[in-house]
Design a protein around this ligand. Structure first.
Ligand code: NAD
Length: 441
C-alpha cells in the first residue's frame, strides 16, 4: 500500500521506516528541509538503535522517499499519518496543537484536489481528548472525501523500532468501518504476528494514550514518594519495590525508584491532560496528576541535596562529574532531561560540572551551553569531588570502581538510578548514596 508520514521526528521517522520495512511504499514529509535531506541520504536525524540500518535499506530499495511538499504527499497516497509534535504550551501547560492543525489544514486543500475516492488521515500524535472529532469536521469541510481517525503511538525511544514492529497493542479510533478496515490492512503483518487490535471511537483512542502515560507516571511517582518515606524511617526503597513488584497485581515494571521521569512525553502529557480535564470541568478527576508531577520534580532537588551533602554543604569550587545527559538510556533525546536539570542546578550553585553521555552530548551542549562536556567517563570524573549517576546507560554498570577511584579527588557517588552494585563500589572505597536507601555504605 502507499502511505505518507507527515512529521519525521522520533515517531514519524521510525513509523515511516518500519512501514516501508513491512512492505509499504512510503513518503515521509517534514517542514524541516535539513532533516529531509539527511533522511533522504539514509541518515537518521537522531540516535535510535536499529533505525539507521532500516532507513538505509528502505531508501536504497526505493520503498521510502522524503519530501517537504504537502502537495506531493496528497498525490502520492490516499492514507496520511500525522506524526508532528504536540509540545507543552509554555504558560498554560496545555498541549500546543498548532503543528497538528498546520499539518491537517495545510494538507486538506491538496486532498480536495487529489483524485482519490476515499482519503484517510490518521493522527498518531498525542492530543487532548476531543481533538480528532474537532479536526474531523474541519477536514471534511475542506476535503469531503477525507476522513480522520486516531491511532495513538506507544513506542518508547531506545526501542522504538522493535515497539513499532511488535507493539503490545494497536489502538484505532475511527468513525467508519472502512477507515478501521484500511488500518487493519496496513498493519496486517503486525496483526498476523499476534498484535492485539482495539477498534474504538476517536475519543477513547485519544484517552487510551493519555490514561496510559498518566498511569505510568503515577507508578513512578508512587515509588518515589515511598523513597521519601524510606529516607526518614531507615527503610530501603529498593527492597520495598522488589517485594511490591512480586505481587502480580502490581508488577515490577515502572516501579523503579530514583530521579524520576522526563523526556518529551510523560511530563507534558500529564500536564496537558490536567489542563484538558479542567477545560472539561473535570479537573478534580485528575487532580492527583499535579502531585505526581510535583513528586517527580522534587526528586531532582532531592538529588541535588544529596550531592551537596557529599561535598560538605556547598558546591562552590567543587568539581562534579555527571554520568548521563539523555532523559533515558539508548536515546540522545534531552528534552526535559532530569539528568541535565540536576547538572545545571549544581552548576548554578557554583560547581564546575562535567557531563558525559554516550550519545547525547551534542544535543545536551545545544540545550545547556554553560555546562562542560567530556567524551569519556574518566575525563568527566577527573578530580571530581562527587560523581552523579543520572541516566542508567548499561555501560555505566560495567565501570570499574577501582579504576575510577584513582581518577577522582574523592570517591563519592550518588546513584540516582539505583543500577550500580553497592557492594562493588563500597568495597572499592566509594561512599555511595541513593534516594530512599539510608543503609548504603
Ligand atoms: P519531534 O519533535 O521529534 O518531531 C516532530 C516533527 O514534526 C519535526 O521533525 C517537525 O519538523 C515536524 N513538523 C512540525 N510541524 C510540521 C508540519 N506542519 N508539517 C510537517 N512536519 C511538521 O516529535 P516526536 O517525539 O516524534 O513526537 C511526535 C508526537 O508523537 C507528539 O505528539 C508526541 O507526544 C507523540 N509521541 C512521542 C513519543 C516519543 O517517544 N517521542 C512516543 C509516543 C508518542
Amino acid at each position: 500500500m502507499r502511505l505518507t508520514v507527515i512529521g519525521t521526528g522520533y515517531v514519524g521517522a521510525v513509523h515511516a521506516a518500519c512501514m516501508a520495512d513491512i512492505g509499504h511504499e512510503v513518503l515521509g514529509v517534514d517542514i524541516d528541509a535539513e532533516r529531509i535531506a539527511a533522511l533522504t541520504s539514509g541518515r537518521p536525524p537522531f540516535y535510535e538503535p536499529g533505525l539507521s540500518e532500516m532507513l538505509v535499506k528502505a531508501v536504497t530499495t526505493g520503498r521510502l522517499s522524503f519530501s517537504t511538499s504537502l502537495a506531493e504527499a496528497a498525490s502520492f497516497a490516499d492514507t496520511h499519518f500525522i506524526c508532528v509534535g504536540t509540545p507543552q504550551h509554555p504558560t498554560t501547560g496545555a498541549a500546543d496543537l498548532s503543528h497538528v492543525e498546520a499539518a491537517v489544514n495545510g494538507l486538506a486543500p491538496y486532498l480536495h484536489d487529489s483524485g482519490y475516492e476515499r482519503i484517510l488521515v490518521v493522527g498518531k500524535s498525542t492530543v487532548p481528548v476531543g481533538t480528532a472529532d474537532r479536526l474531523a469536521g474541519r477536514l471534511h469541510a475542506a476535503a469531503p472525501r477525507a476522513e480522520l481517525a486516531w491511532n495513538p503511538e506507544f513506542l518508547r525511544e531506545g526501542c522504538a523500532v522493535q515497539d513499532t514492529l511488535r507493539p503490545e497493542r494497536l489502538v484505532v479510533g475511527a468513525r467508519s468501518e472502512q477507515a478501521e478496515a484500511r488500518l487493519r490492512e496496513i498493519y496486517a503483518p503486525l496483526l498476523d504476528g499476534g498484535t492485539p487490535f482495539i477498534g474504538t471511537d476517536p475519543a477513547t483512542a485519544e484517552l487510551v494514550k493519555l490514561a496510559s502515560n498518566s498511569f505510568l507516571a503515577t507508578k513512578i511517582s508512587f515509588i518515589n514518594a515511598m523513597a521519601e518515606i524510606c529516607d526518614v524511617t531507615g527503610a530501603d526503597v529498593l527492597t520495598l519495590a522488589e517485594a511490591m513488584g512480586q505481587d502480580s497485581r502490581i508488577g515490577p515494571r515502572f516501579l523503579a525508584p530514583g530521579l524520576g521521569f522526563g523526556g518529551s512525553c510523560l511530563p507534558k502529557d500529564i500536564r496537558a491532560f490536567t489542563a484538558r480535564a479542567e477545560e472539561l470541568g473535570r479537573g478534580e478527576s485528575v487532580a492527583f496528576l499535579r502531585q505526581v508531577d510535583e513528586i517527580n520534580t522534587r526528586q531532582r532537588s532531592r538529588t541535588v541535596d544529596l550531592a551537596r551533602q557529599l561535598v560538605g554543604g556547598s558546591f562552590a569550587d567543587r568539581n562534579i562529574a555527571v554520568l548521563g545527559a539523555a532523559f533515558k538510556p539508548r536515546s540522545d533525546d534531552v528534552r526535559d532531561s532530569p539528568a541535565l536539570a540536576v547538572a545545571d542546578a549544581v552548576r548554578r550553585r557554583g560547581a564546575q560540572v562535567r557531563v558525559h553521555d554516550p550519545e547525547a552530548v551534542d544535543n545536551a551542549r545545544a540545550a545547556y551551553p554553560a555546562l562542560q562536556f567530556a567524551l569519556d567517563v574518566a575525563k568527566a570524573c577527573e578530580q571530581a569531588d562527587v560523581v552523579l549517576h543520572l541516566t542508567e546507560w548499561p555501560q555505566y554498570q560495567e565501570l570499574d570502581p577501582v579504576a575510577l577511584a584513582a581518577v577522582v579527588r574523592t570517591p563519592a557517588m550518588v546513584d540516582a538510578r539505583n543500577t550500580l552494585d553497592p557492594a562493588a563500589w563500597c568495597s572499592a572505597g566509594w561512599t555511595l548514596r541513593a534516594l530512599g536507601r539510608p543503609r548504603l555504605g
